[in-house]
Design a protein around this ligand. Structure first.
Ligand code: CDP
Length: 222
């Protein structure tokens, strides 16, 4: 296999760990491109839902994927030319994403699309298997996490700040269900790569987490 010189910073971690926010800020800081791989699984869940395809129907979903026109433009996400940025962020689509993401054929159908984000001068990729499966040659690998209770509290506050109703215990249970499904699936389970640095953010605010992530990135990539 030929060596790809374009650097990748892989940031993996569980739901609501803040890795998306940290990854975006690191990408901005470095002037790199950004891949939100979780958004892809959310889009697939939404597309299946809208076409009445069951989230358990592995083959049917995998067949659907090549027909989808997915675009990321100026921070907005489009599916077949309709802006789905808001629609894919619901808890329902989060649960759907974790169900469709457990199918090997679905993961396989998204590999080339994820690789296509690797463009000069570099890429920050966030997800569950960026360091282990999609970009095993990433220059920097970070496993960003926080306790389930802290993550549930962060999500709870986000919802309340948006003026939405929220139930802390229900959020905690959803996160724990999703953690269990993501870590126990047979294909590309959520796990820390052996060569990844652990970034525990339970006691850190966003700025501190971004600074710690930047410290893990070699100076020649900054
Ligand atoms: O926002 P949150 O962290 O809750 O989730 P997300 O990053 O948007 O990902 C949604 C779901 O997609 C996760 O629960 C995973 O099951 C799945 N996923 C995955 O399997 N592999 C990835 N590289 C990214 C997400």
């Amino acid at each position: 296999m030929s060596i790809n010189p374009i650097p990748v910073i892989a940031i993996d971690g569980p739901s609501a760990s803040g890795k998306g926010t940290v990854a975006q800020l690191v990408a901005e800081k470095l002037g790199y491109h950004y891949l939100d791989s979780g958004a892809l699984y959310r889009i697939i869940a939404l597309a299946a839902f809208e076409q009445n395809v069951d989230w358990q129907a592995e083959q049917a979903i995998a067949t659907l994927i090549p027909q989808l026109n997915i675009k990321f433009e100026h921070g907005e996400i489009y599916l077949n030319d309709s802006n789905v940025s808001e629609k894919i962020r619901t808890e329902q689509m989060g649960q759907g994403a974790s169900k469709v993401a457990a199918h090997p054929l679905v993961r396989l159908a998204l590999v080339d699309l994820q690789h296509s984000f690797r463009k000069a001068p570099g890429l920050v990729a966030d997800g569950r298997d960026m360091a282990t499966v999609i970009f095993p040659d990433a220059k920097t690998k970070i496993f960003l996490t926080a306790s389930a209770e802290v993550r549930a509290e962060r999500r709870y506050k986000q919802l309340i700040n948006k003026g939405l109703e929220a139930d802390y215990q229900a959020i905690l249970k959803d996160l724990q269900d999703r953690d269990a499904r993501d870590s126990q699936r047979s294909v590309a389970p959520l796990q820390q790569a052996h060569d990844a640095s652990l970034l525990e953010t339970s006691q850190l605010n966003i700025e501190e987490a971004v600074n710690s992530a930047l410290q893990a990135i070699p100076a020649n990539l900054q």
